[in-house]
Design a binder for this molecule. Structure first.
Ligand SMILES: Cc1cc2nc3c(=O)[nH]c(=O)nc-3n(C[C@H](O)[C@H](O)[C@H](O)COP(=O)(O)OP(=O)(O)OC[C@H]3O[C@@H](n4cnc5c(N)ncnc54)[C@H](O)[C@@H]3O)c2cc1C
Length: 460
């Protein structure tokens, strides 16, 4: 549904003609994200370049009750940036400047459209480190990361995006510009409002600037691979490493299907005849890294790994980590439709959950590959299917429902990092309980009474 000319003309008068897309062939790519089987052509797409332009567009839309869907790079996996019919997509990809790296205060200030990897590369030029590393970091934007509170492979040791956000500039649903947080390491003035906007999935405000905390770059790193014939042994290794008071930066799990697909895709020497692979990484002071790496490899052997080895050099370590980051793309080559979930359970329940996913898929005659951030209890069961096959899709949705309910039964969460968006709304009230769910809706109503920012996401 295209927007009336009076609206698009108004947007052109604010942004200029080159920053407003209205032709079907131009706007179709902004109608979907990384989530399977969800797409809707927007009414128009706009590309503001400054906070002032964002605020003026939001005021303009608010006066005309026009819904806005904020978009970064569109790599989301819960349908967060999929527009409603006739919505205005506000894409921040052109607000992509790193504004400042302050090496004395260990901070970095950026516009929201900066690609995540570029943040860490800018930090690295000062000997500093921005740890959150979602698998999509070569494409995703920092604004999208904050809006989803994204995690990554290093989450176990370093935490998630929220742990690095010191302050935000936000355009509110009525067009006002607000700043939350500060460059101070400690700041308890007022409610912690920035935390309300982190993970709010574009439903409460549009993030137009971020101030990020950086940390010293770890001087040493060691990457290891452990291969298992039983998935339970891989899960036990993770528990034993943590019980041994070692906090590695990465403990990534790949089941056999994922290992096979990744190996076919990346040729990094992963075994294809095993039940599971653990990719382990420790970083920090060289002496601590050497000690932890030895202990982790010993623990893996003691817990049934049939083969354990350390990467020969930095090139192999990088190849292994990037092969893991490509797990989604590698699995996606198998079938036309890839449905990737991110159910998360307490770590003690990992073996139960991995087995339940495999059994559920087997019973429904479905192909699934499971990988994930095992150190965080965060699993990505990935169904390989075909959205044109209605019967198979019905079985996939039933299997996902069973897995979601098992997750809740095990005190887990329906999403560890991808957000609720459109894809996980059905289970949110059940996970949160009525009171918490209603408070969340009250917050949305208080900030966005007309419901114009990303309507229909998180809840109806
Ligand atoms: C191959 C692959 C691997 C992935 N790996 C991971 C992973 O390891 N960890 C992880 O957490 N996620 C992962 N993701 C999911 C996704 O990359 C993240 O959610 C990412 O943060 C989305 O960033 P984006 O710029 O693409 O945002 P988009 O997809 O464009 O938007 C995501 C949501 O954020 C909102 N939004 C975007 N920008 C803003 C803004 N400036 N202000 C307000 N709201 C905004 C949108 O409205 C939407 O609701 C992966 C995705 C893919 C395709």
């Amino acid at each position: 549904m295209s927007l009336p000319a009076a609206i698009t003309d108004g947007l052109v008068s604010i942004l200029g003609a080159s920053a407003v897309l209205t032709q079907p062939e131009d706007i179709i790519p902004y109608g979907f994200d990384g989530t399977a089987a969800l797409r809707q052509t927007p009414g128009a797409v706009i590309f503001p370049k400054t906070t002032d332009e964002v605020a003026r567009c939001v005021q303009f839309a608010a006066l005309r009750s026009l819904p806005i869907v904020t978009r970064g790079a569109g790599t989301g996996l819960s349908g967060g940036s999929v527009p409603g019919a006739g919505s205005l997509v506000l894409c921040l990809a052109q607000m992509n400047a790193i504004l400042d790296v302050d090496a004395r205060n260990l901070t970095l200030r950026a516009q929201p459209g900066v690609v995540t990897l570029a943040i860490d590369e800018a930090a690295a030029r000062h000997g500093l480190f921005y740890p959150p590393d979602p698998g999509s970091m070569r494409v995703s934007t920092i604004g999208g990361n904050v809006a989803e509170n994204s995690g990554g492979l290093r989450g176990l040791k370093y935490g998630v995006t929220r742990d690095y956000v010191m302050a935000l500039e936000v355009v509110l649903p009525d067009g006002r510009v607000a700043r939350f947080g500060s460059p101070c390491v400690k700041d308890v003035a007022g409610y912690s409002m920035k935390d309300l906007f982190i993970g709010s999935e574009g439903t409460l405000g549009i993030i137009t600037e971020v101030l990020l905390r950086l940390v010293p770059r770890p001087p040493a790193r060691r990457t290891m691979l452990a291969v298992y014939d039983r998935i339970e042994d891989a899960a036990d290794t993770v528990s034993a490493i943590i019980a041994a008071r070692i906090i590695p930066c990465t403990l990534e799990f790949l089941d056999r299907m994922t290992a096979v697909c990744v190996e076919e895709f990346a040729h990094v020497g992963l075994p294809t005849d095993c039940a599971a692979v653990l990719l382990m990484e420790t970083d920090g002071h060289p002496a601590a890294v050497a000690d932890e790496a030895d202990r982790m490899m010993l623990i893996a052997r003691e817990h049934g790994a049939r083969d354990v080895r350390a990467a020969r050099d930095e090139a192999e370590a990088l190849a292994l980590a990037s092969a893991r980051r490509n797990a989604f793309s590698a699995l996606a080559r198998r079938r036309p439709t890839t449905i990737l979930e991110d159910f998360t359970v307490p770590r003690s329940e990992l073996a139960t959950m991995v087995s339940f996913i495999a059994e559920t898929a087997r019973a429904a005659n479905l192909q699934v590959g499971t990988f994930g951030h095992m150190g965080d209890g965060n699993l990505h069961p990935t169904f390989l299917t075909d959205e044109r096959d209605a019967d198979e899709m019905a079985r996939v949705h039933h299997a996902l429902d069973l897995i979601a309910r098992k997750t809740l039964e095990l005190r887990g969460t329906i999403t560890g990092e991808h957000g609720v968006g459109l894809a996980k709304k059905a289970w949110l009230r059940e996970q949160m309980g009525d009171s918490s769910f209603d408070v969340m809706k009250q917050v949305k109503r208080a900030l966005d009474p007309a419901g114009l920012l990303n309507p229909g996401k998180i809840f109806d």
